[in-house]
Design a protein around this ligand. Structure first.
Ligand code: CIR
Length: 339
């Protein structure tokens, strides 16, 4: 059992629930079938110069990024999924972050509306491919905005980050698009210290790391296996994992059978974004990360918790170096749509 012992939270408002009052038992029964396809998008030739990034000074090596993207696709292919690669969207440097453009569950796809102008055209090519594949396509329109990076689907329910990219109208649109599933919004800002709190200045200095000021919900947590969520074992990551655990319909429904969600704490926050499909866990290469043994003598080896979890669950592991994508605030989930 890898459930962590993170501290309890006090925030428990129902304000952020959309379908939470529906008893979980009345919601759709989940099928255990894993994804059959992975949609990926060719790297834009403008990726290195034009991709949005929090840390503007970071320079991206385009040829290394291309290699990493190829390795990523090879790792996905090991997950027993059929790879569908579509061309980059013309004039959209971020279009390889295809996850943000759509949310797919069963045979239905919600094409999201980006809050960022430079990314708004990306949805065109994605919508076309899903129409060709005969999915039921639902479009999200203004004022709703969403990035798929904020949407964590456990297979049974949605958790959605309320962020600078995803607003409450976007979450309402998601609830309408997938009426059979419970949707819980996670108000990310609520977990940051208030400006007048004594912790604020410490927090802001830590916040130079994008892991502590994540762009998306899934920058610091992701599905790591059946009923398992990996999360950054940081103050913010633990608070969010705690919130999910408290608000999960599955936890409540299955509490008595002992089959609730389990949470895998990951010491290096950037390693908490993983891809799980059909018995394989893709994680960032632990060699990308160095542990400062003087500052943090007791920290586990990078990725050790995930590797132990995968071994315990009998999952295959694939490592992929994503350093160039991370410079543009991306990681593993963002480069594909599993469906
Ligand atoms: C952006 O700022 O939109 C891109 N540079 C990064 C998007 C990463 N997407 C994701 O993690 N789902």
């Amino acid at each position: 059992m890898f459930a962590s012992s993170f501290p309890s939270l006090t925030c428990r408002s129902d304000k952020f629930f959309y379908h939470s009052r529906r008893p979980f038992a009345t919601l759709r029964q989940h099928s255990n079938q894993g994804p059959q396809k992975a949609l990926v998008r060719e790297l834009s030739p403008q990726f290195a110069i034009g991709a949005l990034r929090t840390h503007k000074a970071l320079s991206i090596d385009l040829s290394l990024a291309k290699k990493q993207h190829q390795d990523y696709i090879s790792a996905l292919a090991q997950c027993n999924v059929h790879i569908i690669q579509i061309p980059a969207e013309d004039g959209c440097p971020d279009s390889s972050f295809v996850e943000d453009t759509a949310v797919v569950v069963d045979n239905r796809v919600l094409i999201t509306n980006s809050a960022v102008k430079s990314r708004s055209k990306e949805r065109l090519g994605v919508r076309n491919i899903f129409e060709e594949l005969n999915y039921t396509v639902v479009n999200m329109d203004h004022p709703a905005t969403m990035d798929g990076g904020d949407v964590l689907f456990t297979g049974k329910e949605f958790f959605v980050g309320l962020t600078s990219r995803t607003n409450k109208y976007g979450i309402e649109a998601l609830s309408r698009a997938f009426p059979g599933y419970r949707v819980t919004a996670i108000p990310m800002n609520r977990f940051f210290p208030k400006k007048n709190s004594p912790k604020y200045h410490t927090f802001m200095s830590l916040a130079s790391s994008s892991a502590e000021r994540p762009l998306h919900l899934k920058s610091i947590c992701s599905v790591a296996g059946p009923n398992a969520i990996a999360f950054a074992n940081s103050q913010l990551g633990s608070a969010i994992a705690n919130y999910m655990q408290d608000h999960s319909g599955v936890s409540k429904a299955l509490r008595h059978s002992g089959k609730s969600l389990s949470f895998v704490p990951v010491g290096i926050p950037e390693l908490s974004n993983v891809v799980y499909a059909n018995g394989t866990l893709i994680m960032r290469d632990p060699e990308e990360f160095e542990v400062d043994r003087i500052q943090t003598p007791f920290l586990a080896e990078p990725g050790e918790e995930l590797i132990q979890f995968a071994e315990f669950e009998g999952l295959n592991i694939a490592f992929v170096n994503m350093s160039e994508f991370a410079k543009a605030d991306g990681a593993l989930t963002c480069c594909s749509i599993l469906c």
